[in-house]
Design a protein around this ligand. Structure first.
Ligand SMILES: C[S@@+](CC[C@H](N)C(=O)[O-])C[C@H]1O[C@@H](n2cnc3c(N)ncnc32)[C@H](O)[C@@H]1O
Length: 223
C-alpha cells in the first residue's frame, strides 16, 4: 500500500517537472544528478582512465555519467549497456543535444547480460548504482560478462550496499544489500578477485545522504 501511495505521489510530482528534470528522474533524484554525473568521470580519471582506454558503462541509463565519459574517450571507445530501451532513447537525445554523435559510442539495449558478447576487451567496466539493483542471478550474469570482457590488468568498478539493511524497490528493480563475502564468492566463480576500495564519500561522492554516501566501491580484477 505504502509503495502504491509513493508511486502515485511520484507520478503527480512528475506532471509538474520540466522535460529535462523528467529525463534526469529516470536514473535517480534530479537534484543529485550533477553530483552523480561529476563523480563518475572524476573517479574514473582518478583511477587511471585515459582517452585511449575502452570502457563499458553497465546500466548507463540516460548517459548521466556517460556524456562526460564519451566526450573524454576516443571515438568508439565508450560502450553503454542499458536494460530499459525507453531510458536509453533519452540517452541518445542527450548525446545529440551535447553534439557528441561524432564520438560514435556503442549503445546497446540488453535484457540478459548472459548473452551479451561485445566482441572486444575492455580496460574498464563500470556499473554506477546498478549492482545495487541486481537480483542474485543477474549479479551472477553480470560478473560472468565482466570476466569475459575484461582485459588482463583491467578493472571493473561497482558501488554496492554492504550490510544488512532492509531491502527496497526502485522503479521496478530491487534495492539489494549483501555481504562482501557474497561478492568474493561469486567473483571467484569467474576468476575475479575483489578489493573493497572505500566508501563513496571518501572517494568524493558527497550528497549528504548517508545511505548513498556510505555505499562501498568494489574493484573486481583478474588474478
Ligand atoms: C540508478 S540508474 C543509474 C544509471 C547510470 N549508471 C547513472 O549513474 O547515471 C540504474 C540503471 O541501471 C539499469 N539496469 C538495471 N539492471 C540492469 C541490467 N541487468 N542490465 C542493464 N541495465 C540495468 C536501469 O535500467 C537504470 O537505468
Amino acid at each position: 500500500m505504502n509503495r502504491i501511495f509513493k508511486a502515485i505521489i511520484r507520478r503527480i510530482k512528475s506532471l509538474f517537472l520540466s522535460s529535462t528534470a523528467k529525463r534526469h528522474g529516470l536514473v535517480g533524484q534530479p537534484e543529485l544528478w550533477k553530483i552523480k554525473r561529476d563523480f563518475q568521470i572524476n573517479y574514473l580519471q582518478a583511477v587511471g582512465l585515459k582517452p585511449h582506454h575502452y570502457l563499458v558503462d553497465i546500466g548507463c541509463g540516460t548517459l548521466r555519467g556517460g556524456i562526460p565519459l564519451i566526450a573524454y574517450l576516443e571515438p568508439k571507445h565508450y560502450y553503454g549497456i542499458e536494460f530499459r530501451d525507453f531510458v536509453l532513447e533519452e540517452g541518445r537525445k542527450e548525446l545529440k543535444e551535447n553534439n557528441l554523435e561524432n564520438k560514435a559510442p556503442v549503445l546497446l539495449v540488453s535484457k540478459d547480460l548472459n548473452t551479451l558478447d561485445m566482441d572486444n576487451k575492455f580496460d574498464y567496466l563500470w556499473a554506477f548504482s546498478v549492482m545495487i539493483h541486481m537480483k542474485d542471478e543477474i549479479a551472477d550474469a553480470c560478473l560472468s560478462m565482466v570476466s569475459k570482457h575484461l582485459k588482463s590488468g583491467g578493472s571493473y568498478y561497482a558501488n554496492v550496499n554492504i550490510g544488512e539493511w532492509a531491502e527496497g524497490n526502485w522503479e521496478g528493480f530491487p534495492v539489494v544489500c549483501r555481504s562482501l563475502q557474497f561478492y568474493q564468492t561469486m567473483a571467484a566463480k569467474y576468476n575475479l578477485l575483489v578489493e573493497d576500495v572505500d566508501d563513496l564519500k571518501s572517494l568524493g561522492h558527497d550528497t549528504g545522504i548517508e545511505k548513498q554516501d556510505s555505499q562501498r566501491m568494489l574493484r573486481f580484477y583478474k588474478s
